[in-house]
Design a protein around this ligand. Structure first.
Ligand SMILES: [Zn+2]
Length: 432
């Protein structure tokens, strides 16, 4: 019923999705020459794929259901006696030159997101000290995802994912970066390798159901284990045949394939649909929460980068004045973020660093407020909302002059106390 092929997504593979970036680094240039996905060794292709596979001049084509009518081209190669199976993904020479090649938009989309996860974890491992090149790359990834989000594309609108990808390839080809930092040995213990190990837990998959076209996508290890009838073997790309209807596989297919036949009684029985629907809802909730948290982390990281150079991993809290490691400092909104207009969200004066040891929460909850740059206790808050320990803390910071308030020079901008005052007034009015 299902024929599934999967292989572990390794970092050197993921990196290939970014090869449109210009880099003077020799290894990077070298990669551009060969940019096909390697799907293991040739041996037993007929067993694994069910048919003979042609060579580079005569590639075999597989029709994909979710790839904008661009078939996947597969061919065999013979490199110094080692025989490999390759899958075309030539897209990074620039979209204009590449009209006839296969473009695997769905894999591209996932790669950008996975790379963002890696960069978030890398930044943390590096103690929030990215160098300029790393910061630029991270910014590119974040902007690319913002552009995707702004287009409001759902995962099964493949034509639109495809167009977004083409634009991204053009954008990438306009930037030049030294990418040497993302070359890391398999067993090396660099911070970057550590970040990759922490995040990379994904498999590329191809699923074919009955005689339908193939779906291509990614799944996590946890999901893969759920659908496998046998224990997972990481070492080799593998293929499996499953002969019974399987709700987990259906779930994955549905993620990538616009189905209008959810209520088609001929293909599924009602019980399966019910299970499918409820498990899908749970996943969506988890997914939404995960996406929300990730967005918050990215935004915080971007704000911190705009305020502070990366040469120190510590920041002074604006309210209590104590120096804290960056990961314990939150770029707090003086006016609640959800009440900010689009323009206000972009104003760097709306945020200020506050520590997670109390200041950030006390401000957010309205227990303290800022009056013209001075920290004050909010006496409108009922006294039973304060314990002795809290009162001690608040009296300690009351009267403090807020750091970075006005005329404080950061990279490329100077803080503006008048603007800050407006945001703080809004906050105070809301908490009276
Ligand atoms: Zn503080």
């Amino acid at each position: 019923m299902y024929s599934i092929k999967y292989r572990k997504l390794i970092f050197s593979q993921l990196r290939r999705y970014f090869l449109a970036i210009q880099s003077p680094y020799e290894d990077w240039k070298g990669l551009k020459k060969d940019h096909a996905l390697e799907w293991g060794q040739i041996k037993a292709t007929t067993q694994n794929w069910g048919f003979e596979i042609g060579d580079k001049n005569n590639p075999t084509e597989i029709e994909l259901a979710n790839n904008n009518n661009h078939p996947l081209k597969i061919w065999t190669t013979n490199n110094k006696g080692r025989k490999y199976l390759k899958i075309n993904q030539q897209y990074h020479y620039g979209a204009e030159k590449d009209q006839n090649n296969v473009k695997v938009a769905v894999w591209f989309y996932h790669s950008i997101y996975i790379m963002q996860e890696i960069m978030i974890s890398y930044e943390k491992i590096k103690n929030y000290k990215f160098d300029t090149e790393e910061q630029k790359f991270f910014e590119y990834i974040n902007e690319s995802i913002n552009r995707f989000d702004n287009l409001k594309i759902s995962k099964n609108q493949h034509n639109r994912i495809y167009s977004w990808m083409e634009e991204e390839i053009k954008n990438m080809s306009k930037i030049s970066l030294d990418m040497s930092w993302c070359f890391t040995g398999k067993k090396s213990e660099t911070p970057f390798a550590e970040a990759c190990n922490e995040v990379l837990d994904h498999y590329l998959i191809l699923i074919k159901k009955n005689d339908n076209k193939t779906i291509c996508g990614t799944i996590t290890k946890k999901e893969l284990i759920k659908i496998l009838p046998q224990p997972l073997n990481d070492k080799q790309p593998a293929n499996i045949e499953i002969n019974e209807q399987n709700i987990y596989i259906e779930e994955i297919i549905n993620r990538y394939y616009l189905t209008n036949n959810l209520f088609d009684q001929t293909s599924k029985n009602i019980k399966n649909i019910e299970i499918y629907k409820s498990s899908n809802l749970e996943n969506n909730y988890e997914e939404l929460e995960r996406v929300y948290k990730k967005k918050q982390r990215v935004e915080q990281s971007q704000l911190r980068a705009k305020y502070f150079d990366n040469d120190s991993s510590n920041i002074d809290c604006a309210v209590c004045g104590r120096s804290m490691n960056k990961r314990f400092v939150w770029m707090a909104h003086l006016k609640p973020r959800k009440s900010c207009t689009k323009i206000e969200k972009k104003d760097l004066n709306v945020v200020i660093p506050m520590c997670k040891f109390g200041c950030d929460d006390l401000y957010e909850e309205g227990h303290i407020y800022i009056d013209d740059g001075i920290v004050k206790k909010n006496n409108f808050k009922s006294s039973n909302l304060f314990t002795k320990a809290m009162l001690d803390y608040v009296s300690e910071i009351t009267g403090n002059k807020v750091k970075y308030w006005d005329g404080y020079e950061f990279k490329g901008f100077i803080t503006n106390g008048l603007k800050r005052k407006r945001y703080c007034t809004y906050h105070y009015e809301k908490n009276r």
